[in-house]
Design a protein around this ligand. Structure first.
Ligand code: BTN
Length: 258
């Protein structure tokens, strides 16, 4: 995938217009954070053909075969309360699911807080991180990993992971998929900043068929189980447990009963 391949497909106004395409680096999130410290502004995307230390949520690592997938990070600087930053991950998952429909004809589902599934298996993970900036609002790095043309996975994730190619039965153009994600994300981001949180949450609810399911949540060491009652305006998942409802902002969710 070349710079030109991506630029040819890109129809955004800002997102990805400044693009750093790197052959190999530790983690695109780490590179994006370093760029922010040097004053990089909103919209810059860092894309890598290989990450030697790709990171997932909850201290996990992100495995991705060199040259087969998409691993990238986008810098945004939204004027919003830190508590609402979770909405950005929801926007990113929604953008990926739409781009998969458009470029691969697939019907993807979102899984709270920030996974995208194909046929019940994970094809995309998102890791958003806030970076403080002296005297300014924090910048946020939205890191997105999509298994695109990878055909096999390590034993520890082979039961739960899939790729776009495995689901579509054909190879998919990574540059076109990347450009489509950035375009959808740019328009969802505009909706978010236009203060239309309710629209984002209702679009999310449509793409994420978890409402009514019974789930187990590992929220920072606390294990809870209950029924998903829906999603709140700030992106939290509302969990009904023994008659009371509580908002969950982060955690690892397992669907016990669909
Ligand atoms: C997860 O599902 O746990 C989140 C995975 C996020 C992986 C992406 S790949 C691009 C970016 N750089 C990283 O080091 N991680 C994210």
């Amino acid at each position: 995938m070349s710079d030109d391949d991506i630029k040819k497909c890109l129809h955004t106004r800002v997102f990805g217009r400044r693009l750093l395409l790197v052959d190999s680096l530790d983690s695109t999130n780490e590179r994006a954070k370093a760029l922010i410290r040097q004053g990089e502004e909103e919209g810059t995307a860092v894309v890598a053909e290989e990450q030697t230390a790709g990171r997932g949520r909850l201290g996990r690592s992100w495995h991705s075969e060199r040259g087969k997938n998409l691993t990238f990070s986008l810098i945004v600087t939204p004027d919003m309360a830190p508590a609402e930053a979770g909405l950005l991950s929801l926007c990113a998952a929604l953008a990926v699911s739409r781009a998969l429909g458009e470029t691969a004809g697939l019907s993807a589902e979102c899984k709270w807080p920030n996974d995208v599934l194909l046929n019940g298996k994970k094809c995309c993970g998102i890791l958003s991180e806030a970076i403080p900036r002296p005297g300014r609002n924090p910048a946020i790095v939205i890191g997105i990993g999509i298994n695109v043309n990878q055909s096999a996975f390590p034993p520890e994730i082979e039961r739960t992971a899939t790729s776009v190619m495995l689901a579509a039965g054909r190879e998919v153009d990574r540059a076109a998929l990347l450009a489509a994600v950035l375009l959808h994300l740019e328009s969802l981001y505009a909706l978010l900043l236009g203060a239309d949180r309710a629209a984002i949450v209702s679009q999310w609810t449509e793409a994420c068929p978890m409402t009514g399911t019974t789930v187990a949540v590992d929220a920072g060491g606390t294990r809870l189980s209950g029924t998903v009652a829906g999603f709140d305006r700030d992106g939290a998942m509302i969990l009904r447990t023994e008659g009371s409802e509580r908002k969950i902002y982060a955690g690892d969710v397992t669907i016990i009963q669909p």
